[in-house]
Write a protein that binds this ligand. Structure first.
Ligand SMILES: [Zn+2]
Length: 190
């Protein structure tokens, strides 16, 4: 699953002027007049908007001829605590996708507040943790519908849905059709 980058330039600029640490690792900004690039949280003097260019990675900024800022060291790419936190959360969600969803417990286990983690997660992946886990569940359900003869109720429970009606609702929401129809389409194709 490739996650979308849904941070607009406006949102990036807001992060820059508020030195928002939550965006560190998510993008970098370079200043044309100084030739230097920074992390969003850098405390250096605020540049004029028209001189700012955004980059997704430190490498792409360096390749465009910008020097890493001495203050915030955007070239030390391994230092991206927020991005790492989100990656870790994604891994954990993938492991527990069919268990009851308890995001607060997960955040607690990672040593951060659930509201902070939830916000970071949305910023980095474009979806909320709940939407993310639902996507995994539906993906698995699709695979089971096509590749096995398991009953719909069995598949619903197996993929973490607590009730058949929830399963139907979310399945339809994500795929546009019912589980039964989805399975039938697979049969017609083969
Ligand atoms: Zn800087």
């Amino acid at each position: 699953m490739k996650e979308p980058m849904l941070v607009s330039d406006d949102e990036k600029w807001k992060a820059v002027i508020s030195n928002d640490q939550a965006y560190d690792g998510l993008f970098f900004y370079a200043v044309k007049t100084t030739g230097v690039f920074c992390r969003p949280s850098c405390k250096a003097k605020r540049p004029a908007r028209e001189n700012v260019v955004f980059f997704t990675t430190a490498n792409s900024a360096a390749n465009s001829g910008f020097r890493p800022c001495k203050l915030c060291r955007p070239d030390m790419v391994s230092y991206a605590p927020n991005a790492q936190l989100v990656e870790k959360a994604k891994e954990m969600l993938q492991q527990v996708y069919n268990k009851p969803f308890d995001f607060s417990a997960m955040a607690c286990q990672m040593g951060v507040s659930s509201s902070h983690l939830s916000r970071l997660f949305k910023q980095h992946t474009g979806v909320t943790p709940r939407q993310y886990i639902l996507r995994i569940r539906i993906d698995k359900a699709c695979a089971l519908l096509r590749q096995t003869n398991a009953g719909i109720l069995e598949i619903a429970y197996h993929t973490g849905f607590q009730s058949l009606s929830n399963f139907h609702r979310y399945f339809k929401e994500q795929t546009g059709i019912s589980p039964k129809k989805y399975r039938k389409l697979g049969e017609d194709e083969s």
